[in-house]
Structures are given as structure tokens and as C-alpha cells.
Unconditional design. Sequence first.
Length: 421
Amino acid sequence: MNQKLFTEWRTLYSSNWGQSHLIHMRIRMRDLVDADTMRHAVDLTMERYPYFCVELKKDGEYYLAPNKRPVVITHSLSGIKLNTAEANYHLLAFSYSDNWIIADISHAITDGTGAYELIRTFLYYYVSERYGAKLPKEGIRLVGDVIPEEEWNDPLVRITDFPVPSGGQIANALNPVKAAALEEDRQLTVYGIALSESEFMRFNTENNGSPATMVSLLLSRALHRLFPDNPDVIRVTVAVNQRNALKAPLAHQCLVGAAFLEYGEKIRTLPLKRQAAAYREMVFAQTTDEKVLEGLANQIGITQMIISKQSDSERVAAAAMIDEMTKDFTSATVSYVGKLNYPEAEKYIRDFRLWTRGSGGTIVIEISAVSGKFTLDFIQPFADPMFVNAFLSELDENGITYDLMDVMKLEMPDVKLPWKE
């Protein structure tokens, strides 16, 4: 069936500078990838996710139409541009090289939570056939399931009674690019940092932290280390899953909100353990159902403002303005979907990476927890290592063992959109 757009609008119209909003998942398997097995696994996976087998079409207004063509798999690390003839007009594609499997998914159609569900399904089929493993089916979405309406429907469309957002001005946040005069350094770069899952969780337990709040705190301390006299507040945005507040745990759409963690003067004077507790309290206060729904009301207002414009070019300009404003109220973003939580399949995985593009060109740290380790993908819109070095110094000073695995140019496929041609 055709899907009317709503949640997707802002992401689609803001995919216009640099690289498009994309979820780029890289999985390094234990052995070389078997292409035939991967083809079979992808076909079965996509049969289970018909709402991801779509193409962007227009009949007066844009909508997502069913796409019966096969989801494309390429033998490469770079993947292909989505929503093109080469991609069979899909908004996702797979690729592989040696022992790497890569999934590229437009962030317009889902978020990390939705992408993790798809990857768990893929791993069930791929690992079962490739290794003859008997994997548990509990909690895994598989072909033959009855797909409930709650998986299909956009929960934002049915809710009309949102709380009125709190008013008030938000002070400008430290802009790392401007503070370091890196406006001319435009080499998108990603640093891969590995931590032992058990050791980092023990450190969190001992210091009142959680993975996302502790990484946010260490990043905040690193930014303050670099710019101790900058008058702008250091504010790290933590991604928040909105499904619980919406009472829509099965929804597949991109449903990500934000909690804002400010490293103010009072917090700076506290020991790390009390700083971590303060950050967790900030997250708790901002993730009650009421607060999450307030944030959603703001997001809906932005979406309605964008789609109220009469032309694609006006909508693109409105989305670009919102992206530009993002630079003024957030210093960086930290995102942690949670554990992949499929240990029977994870024993065949050696590395798991998650790359995205930050709104407004900010620093992003994507946290993955797979195969007994946390991987921090430290993503930045420039090449200069000053920020990641300051962050690693925080790890060193707090006795957190890490492995800087690699430094790479951030290269992800684009998404072809009508207004980008």
C-alpha cells in the first residue's frame, strides 16, 4: 500500500548539503562473505519488511509506493546512490567486500532502532545459512510473521493532543568548528574507538554513569579542556527514542528526539562521579513522557512549517535554515541505540560500525555495543584531530583502556532526490 509522508519530510528536505541523512552500518564478519547466502538473506529480510521496500513517487504530492524490485547488493565498500535506477529506486541497499557487510538506509524511513531490527533479521538468515547455526527466533522479526498495524502506521499522524511546548530562549552553545577556526577544513572524518564492554560498564557502575551519559560527559570535559574561557555553554545532545512516550514500541519510522546536557559552571567544579550523576538526572528529567511529547510537538511544528511551503526549493531552504540553527544550540551529539542484543549471531561478528551525518554539521559520536565491545564512531565534519585527541586524553586520565582502531574519510552513498538533480 502507498504510504503518506509525514515523519519523513524534514529528513528528506534537509538532505541537501554534504552527504544525505543516511544510516551506514558496517559489519565485519568472522569469514569472507558468501555472496549467494547474502543474496538469499537479503531477499528474505526484505520480504519481512515490506514498508522498507518502497520508492519515492509524486502524484501532486510525494508519497512512498511499494517497490517490488529486488533490493540491490553490490560488491564494493562504497555502495550505490539510493533512489536511482542503479538501486532499483529503493531507499536502502546492501554491499559487501571481503568479510565486510554494509547496509545503507535513508534516515528518512527509519532510525537506529528500526535499522537494528532489520539487521537482526538479516543476521538470523545469513548466519543460519552461512554457518549452519541454529539461532533462537525469539524477539527476531521473521518471514511469516503477521505484521501488526503498529509496525506500519506513523504514530505521529494519529496523535493530535500534544502538550504545549515550554517557552523560553536557549542560550547559544559552543560551536566547535567556529571555536577552533576550522570552517575551511571540510574533510568529513571518522575515528573508530573500541572499549571493552565489561570494563566500560564497570566504570559506569562505579561512577553513576551510563554509556551515553558518560560519553557525553567525557566529551563535554574534552571541549572545556580545549576552550576553558569560551563564554558559550557546552551543550551535548543525546538522542532519545520517542517510541515509549508515543506508546508505539513497534513503529518503524524515524522517531528520535533529544535531551540536552549542559556542562555549566557549577558542574565543572564537581568530581566526575557527581558530574555523571548530574548528567543522568538531566536525561531522566527530559525523558518523561510529558517532556518527550513536548519535544515532539516542536518537531511536528517544524515539519508543518516546512511542508507549508509551496515549492521544493522553498522547503529545502526552510530545512536548511533549521539545520543552520542547530549549530547555535548544540555543541555535539551522542547517539546510543542500545546493544544489538543477539549474542548467538554476534559470535560470528568481529566489528560493527555505525556512521551517520550530524544535523547542522556537528560532531557526532555513534555508540555501538556488539560482540563484547563498545565501538565509538567519532564523526566530525573536518579532519583536524584536536577534538578526538582531547576526548582520548579524558579516557586516559580516567583509566579507561581504548583502542584507536582506524581513522577514515567519511564516505557514504548519497540519496537522489528530485530537488537535488
